[in-house]
Design a protein around this ligand. Structure first.
Ligand code: MN
Length: 226
């Protein structure tokens, strides 16, 4: 047993619907530009495939947690996303084996400091400051799931007004393909969360706004920006 120089911080966790034991978060991967209409609204090239970026595990905000308006931005954006939670791991997986790793699904927001992202893109700088900041990944409780991935409606509202509305089946890479692609770049393991990309309609949120999101059959999430 190793002694630590100081008490290690608690492991980030997400509740599981109907269960007392929580899902321990290991890593957070995110897919960029996985819906064609969102890729277009971001000025992307229709021929470019989706890609990955990451957030730190402690960026998760479980339901009921505080989501402060972050510093160093004047343009915080909502991106509602289906989140895949892995209960198993592996490398170099084929898409037909990939869904065996799924523990369940949740609904998350990939909060984005859009002004910092635009500046990073212009300079060819990394996205960490725009994507991987504290409390940048509010997430619902996870729903255990076996079988085909969710395909239904995905939506986001701000102060009761619909901002994003699409269907998960519009994703360019489906869930099995996302897991297989990610497993070529990283060894995946139980505890990993993968944010699968956002549909069109992203936009700003302000201090005091009420943000809600959902995925049909999976769940819903609501938080206020403090
Ligand atoms: Mn996103």
């Amino acid at each position: 047993m190793t002694d630590y120089a100081f008490a290690p911080p608690p492991r980030p966790q997400v509740p599981v619907l109907g269960e007392s034991a929580a899902f321990p978060v290991r890593r957070i991967l995110c897919v960029g530009r996985n819906y064609a209409a969102h890729r277009r609204e971001m000025g992307g090239d229709d021929r470019e495939p989706p890609f990955f970026f990451a957030k730190p595990a402690d960026a998760v905000v479980p339901p009921g947690g505080a989501v402060p308006y972050p510093g160093q931005t004047e343009d915080l954006h909502h991106e509602v996303e289906l989140v895949v939670a892995l209960g198993g791991g592996g490398s170099d997986l084929s898409p037909d084996k990939a869904l065996d790793l799924v523990f369940g699904y949740g609904v998350g927001f990939d909060l984005t400091r859009r002004d910092l992202q635009a500046a990073a893109k212009a300079k060819g700088h990394p996205w960490d400051a725009s994507k991987a900041f504290d409390a940048s990944a509010p997430i619902s409780a996870l729903r255990r799931w076996a079988g085909p991935a969710p395909q239904g409606a995905i939506w986001a509202k701000v102060n009761g007004e619909i901002r994003q509305q699409a269907v998960v089946s519009d994703m360019i890479w489906n869930v099995a393909e996302i897991i297989a692609q990610a497993s070529r770049l990283w060894r995946l393991d139980a505890g990993d969360l993968i944010f699968t990309g956002t549909p069109e309609g992203v936009g700003p949120v302000s201090r005091g706004d009420r943000v809600e999101g959902g995925v049909e059959g999976v769940g819903e999430l609501a938080f206020s920006v403090a």
